[in-house]
Design a protein around this ligand. Sequence first.
Ligand SMILES: Nc1ncnc2c1ncn2[C@@H]1O[C@H](COP(=O)(O)OP(=O)(O)OP(=O)(O)O)[C@@H](O)[C@H]1O
Ligand SMILES: [Zn+2]
Ligand SMILES: [Zn+2]
Length: 798
Amino acid sequence: MSQKIAQVIVDVPTMQTDKPFSYLISKELATLIQIGMRVHVPFGRGNRLMQGFVVGFEVEVSQESTGQELKSIAEVLDFEPVLNAEQLALADAMRETVFSYKISILKAMLPNLLNSSYDKVLTTEDESIFKQYFNGNQALHFSSLDESEQAVMMKLHREGKISVQYVAQSKETIKTKKRLTLADKQKLDELPISARAKKRLALQTFLQEQNHVAQSIWDYTDLVKAFSREVVKFFVSEGVLSLTEIEVSRAQAYFETVASDEHKVLNSEQAAAYEAIIDRQDKPFLLEGVTGSGKTEVYLQVIAHMIEQGKTAIMLVPEISLTPLMTNRFIARFGEHVAIMHSGLSDGEKYDEWRKIKSGKAKVVVGARSAIFAPLHNIGAIIIDEEHETSYKQDSNPRYHARDVAIWRAQYHGAALVLGSATPSLETRARAQKNVYQLLHLTQRANNQAEIPEVRILDMRKHLNDKSASFSEVLLDKISEKIAKREQVVLMLNRRGYSSFIMCRDCGFVPECPNCDISLTLHMDTKTLNCHYCGHTTGIPHTCPNCQSKKIRYYGSGTQKVEEELSELLPEARILRMDVDTTKKKGAHERILSSFGAGEADILLGTQMIAKGLDFPNVTLVGVINADTALNLPDFRSSERTFQLLTQVAGRAGRADKKGEVLIQTFNPEHYAIRLAQAQDYEDFYQLEMDFRRKLNYPPYFYTVQLVISHQDEDEVVKKSYEIMALLKANLSEQARILGPIPKPIARTHNLYHYQLLIKYRFEANLAQALNQVLDLTQVPENKKLRIIIDNEPQNFM
Ligand SMILES: Nc1ncnc2c1ncn2[C@@H]1O[C@H](COP(=O)(O)OP(=O)(O)OP(=O)(O)O)[C@@H](O)[C@H]1O
Ligand SMILES: [Zn+2]
Ligand SMILES: [Zn+2]
């Protein structure tokens, strides 16, 4: 008799397995297992149970012909598939361009909660099922059942008679809510209550009146408020009411406070863009619109249109701008149809949002990078705001770019794809130039009274100030002037490629991380020195470990130091600081912004965090304290990044009727990225930067792939790097250039040495196959400790 066999991709942490393994399916599970479900399977010699995904079935030929005994699936983890056909096809497609293993791609598509050990708790409202299977327990833990019982439960679930909740091992991530249900109607009616117990009587009447509502459920806190804790307790102890705890979504709170909002009448440029998008062609759109030109309003109306058509939409924004300010604009239009996915949510909350999407309740998903995997059906539009942001590329495995996934999904669904930015990435703009994308322009600020702010460059070599290391007189005077007028100021300290550290004044010693070739960063809030790579932490030494001198100097102007300086220089100013330290706590980010929005401070001082998305009408001055820090990084995109950042932050000024001004302090006033940011001239910047890229054979003229090879032993890394280079050379054409191997700019982290190779090419038929061969090197036992990262189109060279 032939038996069904499942193909399973297994999640084995010690070895990356890239091909499906075959497993027998027991008779009990045969009709229940579906493609896209997670299972537990025994793996390896020890037969340890591993999680895996069912990706296909095969009919067994005969056991003799394979010559080996197949193992069986031990347990099914899902009641319905967690991955659908589209996602499995997408994973296949991603595997071609994202050189990481299938399992890591599949896992990236799911909420974390489904990738870790959560048990399922089953409940039922069906009386006879309860009697037959629950043994008097309120709920059953799925993992405690044997295989045939599990199979029965899955069948019942499929018939809608059982409900399932995933329960986290650790409870602290989950917010629960107590609720009460009527346990026994007869007891309620017969409950002996003395006529003097007014509150008890009131609750009895209340419950009797509401009882006709099928399955009455009451909020515990509501009843306690209305009838007192004692009274409620009495009803529970008498067996009239039963008390249960359920998980609630914290994300729910978002919806309760947001007032709804109407569409604005689009101006002619906005309307033209809107019409083009909804009348969609096969091509993606690049919506290039100056800051404040109303791109978001266009997105909102495109999404509204799609919903009217019975379709759904994905709206991606950079993690950093995923503030309530931003999400509220979507909730205000689409209410409960919105699901929000950001890293601030707990695993349980993320799972809730995912379920809301999967069940079809959510029509619009607003989220950061990974929201591109949202399991929506019938997608009408995918929008990527600030498309140039590097955070759309994941910098760990799988190293996918959300833009590429978006292109694939838009094609799959026949959806409109919109890439929006005031400063598009060169790659995107070049494609628009070649008509691969359709270019749509917004050249004016949407709000009629608002103009593009005037930008001045302050040459810090001429404006050195005796009183202050960070502020020129000009900037300080401007700030005072604005405060006197009761207007607000945004100050940005560019922290990219820059950090605070300590140094011995006598011998110049700078403490470094023992595991990584990098100096330790000074954190004044915790009074520690931290390594930003491996997390190593130590106290701040009082004497120099090298020469015992007591003259330890603190270097660098962190936001905290600048804040102190500023409050000394301008004691009357009310300052809010926004950086990683002040936004660590949940909700802190939003508190700072809403406080600033409410006019409780004159100055918002922050890092790059404040450059994006802020839309405060009373901000009339933006000051950039140091424009240069990122310019000299060893990365061919450093000019592009600097230009984008300065243009973005300048765009925060003068967004309403009051005119905006921008002051940029710099030591490189002649640098083209700074001059053109002053002019806010994206076109000129694009032309100039494209010239450089062409001359130096960089993207978008050439494609790039970076390989990072790491090992504890430096000799080994060097040896393997040359082996890999030889392998590549043998497989690639003469036109491909291979640079390296060279040590990474930060040559050692986590006690591993890192070397890099960079491939630059225009067309290479054998590239994918060669890279897969390289990737497979790590599967050879002698290379067990070798780590190879393949980064297709790397965004970060540090
Ligand atoms: N058609 C319109 N009529 C009136 N006001 C509008 C219109 N469209 C947008 N606005 C307003 O103009 C301001 C800027 O719009 P929006 O935030 O959509 O621009 P944006 O291009 O997304 O901005 P940025 O990229 O700079 O963050 C907002 O306050 C918005 O409410
Ligand atoms: Zn370290
Ligand atoms: Zn010293």
